[in-house]
Design a protein around this ligand. Structure first.
Ligand code: OAD
Length: 355
């Protein structure tokens, strides 16, 4: 049977082109060859490279078994400066993976994509990344819970648009204006009684059970990931469902806090176990999150403005792909491989239908 060659990837200028061609030789097996129309392309490489390439092509007759090897041959040219002439739709993602290993940042990769590729469907891209990644972490913020009816912090109707956080959610407020501190957290705790996890939380829990994701790292204190069934949850900013004495640390309970009692041991002020402005993050969830994310092949960031340090640094410790799902732009959008604009629940539902 004749080998049928097709274009996999072709770049060029007016005077010449570089191409990778492929032929299917088995169910999932392809072979690739690299070819060049060198009339003007010598301008894109130095003479030593040209000699090396000539001997490389002679020595392996130009046929290789992986796309990566074909790109290695093309790397002798500064091919990323050339215009994309053709790309095989079947290989787009694999080619982008290969390119991503050759550029220094997601921003550079996105610039190449924007220059060369038509706009793509990021929902199917995310579904594909999820299917292929062995270690995926989801990183959430307050936007994950707005579809449950809980306000976030920095959107138009967010908490911090109406109240200065330092007056209600800081160690200073706790120490110097306990009635206001107490009123604010009592309101938030009681507000949660009317709310429950939504479809997006449940999808993440289901993905964890099916080993599609590994864990959830969250800045949220509402406990909705756990309530929806997620087991592996790292709560960076603590939980609003447990309580302690601010002075001696003794564990307390919701009733005593809401009832405005004082610590039964030392008479100190009671508080929820959330991180207040002016406090450091609890080391255990931070260390677990850092360990997980640094190994991650994929991190999906959902519903956070990424304005709060140090949690906002974590997603970028990933060695793999980073994708954001958010209603609005974030100041860090440039650092992601791609961004999906939309509501957490709606986007997760669409993605889950594809995996
Ligand atoms: P923010 O309020 O700063 O950001 C929430 C983000 O979610 C915004 O960018 C919204 O556009 C987006 N958003 C809102 N609803 C959404 C939805 N349904 N789907 C997708 N995106 C949506 O909240 P965080 O980034 O979580 O800290 O804030 C970080 C920390 O700041 C909080 O943990 C809290 C706060 O001060 C502490 O209390 C210590």
């Amino acid at each position: 049977m004749d080998t049928k060659w097709e274009v996999i990837f072709e770049v060029g200028t007016e005077g010449g082109s570089l191409g990778i061609y492929g032929a299917r030789v088995g169910k999932d097996k392809w072979i690739f060859s690299f070819s060049r129309d060198e009339s003007t392309l010598m301008d894109f490489m130095d003479n030593d490279d040209a000699r090396d390439l000539a001997s490389l092509l002679r020595s392996n007759s130009g046929i290789v078994e992986t796309l990566e090897e074909a790109f290695l041959m093309m790397d002798r040219y500064q091919w990323s400066k050339l215009r994309l002439l053709d790309i095989n739709p079947h290989f787009v993602e694999e080619i982008l993976d290969i390119i991503s290993r050759r550029v220094t940042s997601p921003k550079e990769l996105r610039a190449w994509e924007n220059r060369n590729l038509p706009k793509r469907d990021n929902i199917s891209r995310l579904a594909r990344l999820l299917r292929e990644s062995y270690h995926t972490i989801v990183f959430t913020g307050a936007g994950m819970s707005t579809e449950s009816g809980i306000p976030d912090f920095r959107s138009k109707d967010g908490w911090w648009k109406n109240i200065d956080p330092r007056t209600v959610a800081s160690t200073e407020a706790l120490n110097n204006n306990y009635p206001l501190f107490h009123e604010f957290y009592s309101m938030r705790i009681k507000g949660l009684e009317q709310c429950k996890p939504h479809i997006g939380h449940r999808i993440l829990a289901d993905w964890e059970k099916r080993d599609i994701i590994h864990s959830v790292v969250t800045q949220n204190v509402d406990g909705f990931h756990g309530a929806a069934g997620s087991m592996n949850v790292h709560e960076l900013h603590g939980s609003i469902h447990s309580f302690r004495c601010h002075s001696c640390g003794k564990a307390s309970c919701r009733e005593d806090f809401l009832g405005n009692k004082v610590c039964s041991v030392c008479g100190g002020k009671l508080r929820p176990n959330v991180v207040l402005f002016g406090e450091g993050l609890p080391p255990r969830p931070w260390n677990d999150a850092e360990k997980g994310i640094s190994r991650a092949e994929l991190v999906i960031v959902i519903g956070t403005s990424l304005e709060v340090y140090p949690a906002n640094m974590l997603p970028f410790m990933a060695k793999g792909k980073i994708v954001v799902i958010n209603k609005d732009e974030t100041p860090m959008d440039d650092k992601f491989h791609f961004a999906i604009r939309g509501s957490a629940g709606e986007v997760l539902e669409k993605v889950s239908k594809l995996i």
